[in-house]
Structures are given as structure tokens and as C-alpha cells.
Design a binder for this molecule. Structure first.
Ligand code: CA
Length: 230
């Protein structure tokens, strides 16, 4: 039996035998598994009853996993952790998955126990997102009063750099794309040219400059993420 609370998992996978294997494994550990065999019904189910973790196949009939993920990110009122499954192991696919909002990624064939471990990790990260205080390594953000500390030192941030940091912290350890960040900060009214540039610079100066190791990391060709300095 599992020692953590049961997960509600939604598996969107068109391969019948794989679906059955995943169900057997998760149910043996006390978790609850729902299924969809195509992208559109999977998306509808995820929006109607958000699961703790969505396990999403990349190659699906009708609407593929990347489109499901992008649509989910645009329409869901909360962050649903997404683990993407794919038979392809090219780096390009991984980057594409993250650009479409996946939190994690597993290449087929995979060990069932690894899928289980990653789903549990994703769900725990998700729970962290509901608390007032976010702690990532030695960074601490109190969302009630906007107080930010790193290694016990107060980090002073203006409004936009703070919101960038908060968005990255809430998504941690996922990489946020530039367009996700721009959308998070300004919605559809983003300023022209490169609106993030000066705010990212200000954030780096305050968050990273006084410390030996940067927490704000550029993922080339994708976007930005936080790296814990524990
Ligand atoms: Ca498939």
C-alpha cells in the first residue's frame, strides 16, 4: 500500500495494453485511475474534473498530446501537473513538450515504478502550490505579503520582477516559456518589443547577484526556470 494519500490520475493513452498496465500498477498502490483513449475526450475530462496528475500520451488520435496540453493550460483554472509520454526520445520532442506546458516527460518504454514515482513527485509539487509560503531550496516567498528571502536575506523586488519570480516559483521545477511569462504578467496587453528583458535583469540583480550560484536559469530556446540552491 501507498504511504501518501491516493492520487486521482487521468491517463490519456490510445494503446490499450499500456492503459491496462498503468491501471494495474496504480490501483495496486491504492490510487484511482481514469482513462481516455483520445485527446479530445481526455481534455474534456481533465477540465471537468481536474486530476491530481494527467499522464498524457504524445501521439493520440484526433488531437495530439501537445495540443491537449496547450489547450489545458489555456483553459484550466488551476495548474494541472502533466506528465507527457512519448515513444520518441529526441531532445526536440522534449523541448516541444515543455513549450506546450508539460511538467515532466517520460520516454517509452519506461518502468512502471518510475512512472509512479514521477507522478507522486508531481502531485507533491502541486500541493506545495496551494500554500501561502513557497520554499524552493533556500528561497522563501510569502504570497500573503510579498516578502522574499534568500538564505535569510531580504530580497527587494519591484512589482513586475516579483511577479516573474512568483510565476517561476509556482511552476517550479518546470520551465516557463517567454510567452507564458508575458501572458502571466500582462495577459493580452503585452507591451511591444521585449517586455521581459529589463524585468528579468532587475530580478537577476536582486535575486542572484549577491549569491555565488544563480537560481534564475535560462533554458535556451525554451524559457526560464528556477534552480534550487539547497
Ligand atoms: Ca499513442
Amino acid at each position: 500500500m501507498t504511504t501518501s494519500p491516493p492520487l486521482r490520475l487521468l491517463v490519456v493513452e490510445d494503446h490499450h495494453a499500456l492503459r491496462a498496465n498503468i491501471a494495474a500498477l496504480f490501483e495496486a498502490h491504492g490510487h484511482v485511475v481514469d482513462f481516455a483513449a483520445d485527446g479530445r475526450s481526455g481534455l474534456r475530462m481533465a477540465l471537468d474534473a481536474p486530476p491530481d496528475v494527467l499522464v498524457l500520451d504524445l501521439g493520440l488520435p484526433g488531437m495530439d498530446g501537445l495540443d491537449v496540453c496547450a489547450e489545458l493550460r489555456a483553459r484550466a483554472d488551476r495548474h494541472i501537473p502533466v506528465l507527457m509520454l512519448t515513444a520518441r526520445d529526441a531532445l526536440d520532442d522534449k523541448l516541444l513538450g515543455f513549450r506546450h506546458g508539460a511538467d515532466d516527460y517520460l520516454v517509452k518504454p519506461f518502468a512502471g515504478e518510475e512512472l509512479l514515482a514521477r507522478c507522486l513527485a508531481l502531485s507533491r509539487r502541486h500541493l506545495v502550490g496551494d500554500r501561502h509560503v513557497i520554499e524552493i531550496g533556500r528561497l522563501r516567498i510569502d504570497r500573503r505579503n510579498g516578502l522574499v528571502e534568500r538564505e535569510g536575506q531580504r530580497i527587494e523586488l519591484a512589482h513586475s520582477p516579483y511577479r516573474i519570480l512568483l510565476a517561476l516559483a509556482e511552476a517550479w521545477p518546470r520551465t516557463l516559456t517567454r510567452s507564458e511569462l508575458v501572458h502571466r504578467l500582462w495577459g493580452d496587453d503585452a507591451p511591444p518589443s521585449d517586455p521581459l528583458r529589463s524585468h528579468l535583469y532587475a530580478l537577476r540583480q536582486a535575486l542572484d547577484r549577491p549569491f555565488p550560484r544563480p537560481m534564475l536559469v535560462t533554458v535556451h530556446g525554451v524559457g526560464f526556470r528556477l534552480e534550487a540552491d539547497a
